[in-house]
Ligand binder design. Structure first.
Ligand code: S3P
Length: 435
């Protein structure tokens, strides 16, 4: 399938169990691979990105069983048990796989090469290569290490202090994983306000980690604090649920329920923004599952108004901006997105690709260096042909737009959704009612 054509349905109704969280699925594989003991992971996201992490750790000598599609048994090899791979490690489209593995492999006593698809090879890597080199890592790559493939000659790493200048969980996690092999504690300061799943999981595995609002210190494991395998159920992915939240909010006759979604505060910026825009949202049954807060989210048809999305909110919703831009286009008034220059370093340059798609749908949108200004108006979207550019979140954002657009909307390369949400198109069909 290379194209899919959609029209607006009369009604949207459904209870949608979104797939497991992508970030937590990756970490469940990468961290348990170097733990002692075996871990049983349920509700694992079988998306292409997380399967890249599974394939890479297998190439590094870790046995991973997959008894069912959403279940893994990972037989950890311990901190020093990884083995040199016989070939290049293929991270596919997955920045999380490449960046977290770069950290993990920098302190291993062997050689590794990390590579990925054309999109991943075009994304900046200096953000990890710079600080890892400062810790003593020997890493090279194209453009003096700013682009994959990256070649890593494992070496002895130093702890110390590092101030993060980008609020990126991939950078933060790469450094924390490198620090597991450093000769002393590593303290991170600065922009540590990105998703904190790595910190939570390492602490739950027994690694000594102190976290304050402005500092994270990881102490290299001793026999007593070496990571121990952690079995867990992966909570639903809020970044996947956000497509349904926006769909329900902008559609005139909708009620969608997403049970069991991760409500970790570093991930709930989209809910805050939708609430500020006037969305009808109810959050029920908040509870802890392992080290993560989860809950059930209900969203109903809403009259949205424009808002400002900027500052400290940005890292809490960075992956949801394509679909929030669709919400903004359907809201009354202007929405300003600022401080989001990181969008240019995602699977596509999402400032350019989102603005181009909205324009094609008839929306007035002005891209800026670090965001965009969207002039919203209810009922203004007109069906168009939109390309996913192989970016999973664009394909899904345009599908949500199609649910309210006049006429037909065609999405080119819809299969991109397999990166993070393999059953997206089936669910989209299942929730439409034409009464
Ligand atoms: C992720 C971190 C974010 C996010 C990505 C997943 C992670 O990237 O956009 O989808 O799992 O750590 P950055 O660290 O580049 O912000």
């Amino acid at each position: 399938m290379t194209e899919i054509t959609l029209t607006a349905p009369k009604r949207l109704r459904g209870v949608i169990h979104v797939p497991g969280d992508k970030s937590i699925s990756h970490r469940s594989v990468l961290l348990n691979a170097i733990a002692t003991g075996s871990a049983h992971i349920t509700n694992f996201l079988p998306g292409a990105d997380c399967l890249s992490s599974v394939a890479c750790v297998r190439s590094l000598g870790v046995t991973v069983e997959q008894p069912t599609e959403r279940e893994l048994i990972i037989h950890g090899v311990g901190l020093d048990g990884l083995r040199e791979a016989t070939d290049v490690l293929d991270c596919g489209n997955s920045g999380t796989t490449l960046r977290l593995l770069a950290g993990l492999l920098s302190g291993q006593p062997f050689f590794s090469v990390l590579n990925g698809d054309a999109s991943l090879r075009s994304r900046p890597q200096r953000r990890i290569v710079g600080p890892l080199r400062a810790m003593g890592a020997q890493i090279d790559g194209r453009a003096d290490g700013d682009r994959a493939p990256l070649a890593i000659r494992g070496s002895t790493l130093r702890g110390g202090q590092y101030e993060l200048t980008i609020a990126s969980a991939q950078v933060k996690s790469a450094l924390l994983l490198a620090a597991l092999h450093a000769d002393g504690p590593l303290t991170l300061s600065g922009r540590i306000d990105s998703r904190d799943h790595t910190e939570r999981m390492l602490a739950a595995m027994g690694v000594e980690l102190t976290v304050t609002p402005d500092r994270i210190t990881l102490h290299p494991p001793t026999a007593a604090t070496t990571p121990v395998a952690l079995s867990l159920r992966v909570p639903g992915d809020p970044s996947s649920a956000a497509f349904w939240w926006v769909a329900a909010a902008i559609h005139p006759d909708a009620e969608l329920v997403t049970p069991g979604v991760c409500l970790n505060p570093t991930r709930t910026g989209a809910l805050d923004v939708l609430c500020a825009m006037g969305a009808e949202i109810e959050i029920m049954n908040e509870r802890l599952e392992g080290s993560e807060l989860i809950g059930d989210v209900v969203v109903r048809s809403s009259a949205l108004r424009g808002t400002t999305i900027a500052g400290a909110l940005i890292p809490r919703l960075i992956d949801e901006i394509p679909v929030l831009a669709v919400a903004a286009a359907c809201a009354d008034g202007e929405t300003v997105i600022r401080d989001a220059q990181e969008l240019r370093a995602k699977e596509t340059d999402r400032i350019t690709t989102v603005a181009a798609g909205l324009s094609a749908l008839g929306v007035t949108v002005e891209p800026t260096a670090d965001g965009m200004v969207i002039t919203g108006k209810p009922d203004q979207l007109t069906g168009a042909t939109l390309h996913s550019y192989h970016d999973h979140r664009l394909a899904m954002a345009w599908a949500v737009a199609a649910l309210v657009a006049r006429g037909e909307t065609t999405i080119v390369e819809p299969a991109a959704v397999a990166i993070s949400y393999p059953e997206f198109w089936q669910t989209l069909t299942a929730i439409q009612e034409d009464v």
